[in-house]
Design a protein around this ligand. Structure first.
Ligand code: FAD
Length: 242
């Protein structure tokens, strides 16, 4: 593979490279930071992402009257055959620990008399939806995680840095090329481990309510055809767009 020549000062080496600063990227970076140096590359401001705009709450089986198995059953029923049961199993089983960890990292969910407020919505058979400041759940996730990441000594945040391609050597991803915005200076990030957390596929569609930041550049772009064929029923529908 031919890769462009990048001046040596613009080549940066880390133990881990994470691309994207929504909930997925920030959560991954905070976990990896205990094991080595992390570059967190993100194309816009740190908090500009879909996570910031998510209004609904987080469904999780945290109540004493609830179990991950009940949560999975309700989810599969509501999915009417479109859900991947293995993915639902992971989501519902790991949900309680992930939410506990969000709280440990500083996220503040709505509480009444000290207890988490659990709402019952849509197809859920019991009260298991957590919110933060009503409909600002995504904003609160992003606030808490970005604050933690910003002060972590092992995490280097490179905002306004656009990944343009993955670096692949002998079939193995070893980092990415990027442009510093807005001047377009070329940069290269080299790391033995790269995590793409660049968001969803909403921008495949002409009309979507999802943010413009996940733009399918780099590696994600390669999946475009397959994504259009397989995911049509579910993508670009949160919340609905006409
Ligand atoms: C209005 C709205 C309401 C929603 N409501 C809900 C809800 O009620 N419940 C729910 O579960 N979900 C909801 N969602 C969906 C939810 O927000 C997303 O599923 C979730 O936030 C995705 O997180 P993420 O970290 O994967 O991606 P994102 O938060 O989108 O983050 C993607 C990151 O990748 C970066 N990036 C992308 N391309 C590049 C590149 N080439 N170079 C560098 N960086 C790049 C972006 O800058 C961004 O930081 C809603 C979304 C919206 C927009």
């Amino acid at each position: 593979m031919i890769t462009p020549r990048i001046p040596r000062p613009n080549i940066h080496e880390f133990d881990f490279l994470v691309v994207g600063s929504g909930v997925a990227g920030l959560f991954a970076a905070l976990h990896l930071a205990d094991r080595g140096t992390v570059a967190l590359v993100t194309k816009d401001e740190l908090t500009e992402c879909n996570t910031e705009y998510a209004q609904g709450g987080i469904a999780v089986a945290l109540g004493r009257d609830d179990t991950p198995a009940d949560h999975a059953r309700d989810t599969l029923e509501a999915g009417a055959g479109l859900c991947d049961p293995a993915a639902v199993e992971v989501l519902t089983r790991e949900g309680p620990a992930a939410v506990e960890e969000l709280m440990r990292l500083g996220m503040r969910f709505d509480r009444k008399a000290g207890e988490l407020v659990r709402g019952r919505e849509a197809a859920h058979g019991t009260r298991r939806i957590l919110h933060a400041s009503g409909d600002e759940t995504g904003h609160e996730v992003e606030r808490a995680l970005s604050r933690r990441a910003s002060v972590h000594p092992s995490i280097t945040i490179l905002d306004r840095t656009l990944m343009t391609d993955l670096l692949v050597v002998e079939g193995r991803c070893v980092g990415c090329d990027a442009l510093a915005l807005p001047d377009g200076e070329r940069m290269r990030f080299v790391a033995p481990v790269t995590i793409l957390a660049t968001g969803g596929l909403g921008q495949l569609y002409e009309v979507t309510t999802l943010a413009e930041v996940p733009d399918l550049r780099g590696g994600a772009r390669r999946g475009r055809g397959a994504a259009q064929r397989r995911g049509r029923a579910l993508h670009a529908r949160v919340p609905p767009a006409e």
